[in-house]
Design a protein. Structure first.
Length: 227
């Protein structure tokens, strides 16, 4: 008898977990609740993941690999470092924006001492930071980025991109803001044009004093003014 075709039950469980995670977090995630939400027998949960901790690790890793794949696809060998850095920052910014409830909960759990979230960040943060570091160093070597400490450049990127998305997005998602204020944040802080504009401001900031500072593309200026 041929093997039974896979019904992708593991992916159904991961999808349900991804929906539940922002509200439940590591501590509140219930195996039974995940199985019920996925419409999967509880025994199949244990068959695929063995334990709740293994499931949480797989859940966070799946989300990260999605982002990392997008990031690495943007880096073109032989392209100018600033062009690659711009594309990489756009990929990261959009992923953070579109997955902000999930990522915000991962960070909150890590800061509160949840071992699973802390281990996940410890294992994966160096991966995409390493890609950005290499692009920044390449830009510094070719003279398009200022010769400042790479950690300073990375901090500038994170402060201008990730933090406004996570904080502004959390305010919008909380439902505590008046509708006009939430709309204003969406259109001036979280839309693609706003992300592009902040990326160009970041690139201009870390190019200050470089031999050939990068100019903000006219398309980005036009998009920002249009908003």
């Amino acid at each position: 008898m041929p093997p039974r075709p896979s019904r992708n039950l593991d992916q159904a469980l991961l999808g349900a977990g991804r929906d539940l995670f922002p509200a439940r977090g590591c501590a509140g995630m219930s195996v039974r609740e995940v199985a019920d939400a996925a419409g999967v027998n509880l025994g199949m949960f244990h068959y695929h993941f063995k334990s709740r901790d293994a499931f949480l690790r797989a859940l966070m890793q799946q989300a990260y690999e999605e982002m990392f794949a997008r990031l690495t696809l943007q880096v073109e060998p032989g392209a100018p470092a600033v062009s690659n850095l711009r594309a990489a920052l756009r990929a990261i910014a959009r992923f953070v924006r579109d997955n902000r409830p999930f990522l915000g909960r991962v960070l909150a759990d890590a800061l509160s001492g949840e071992k699973c979230a802390r281990d996940f960040l410890g294992a994966n943060l160096p991966r995409h930071l390493g890609v950005l570091q290499a692009l920044i160093e390449a830009g510094q070597n070719e003279g398009s980025l200022a010769p400042i400490p790479v950690t300073q450049a990375l901090g500038t990127c994170a402060g201008a991109l990730a933090m406004p998305i996570l904080f502004g997005g959390a305010l919008v998602d909380s439902g505590s803001l008046a509708a006009p204020t939430a709309k204003m944040i969406e259109t001036t802080l979280l839309c693609d044009a706003a992300l592009n504009q902040r990326i160009e401001l970041v690139l201009a900031a870390i190019a200050a004093g470089a031999k050939a500072p990068a100019a903000m593309p006219k398309k980005v200026v036009k998009e920002a003014k249009g908003k």
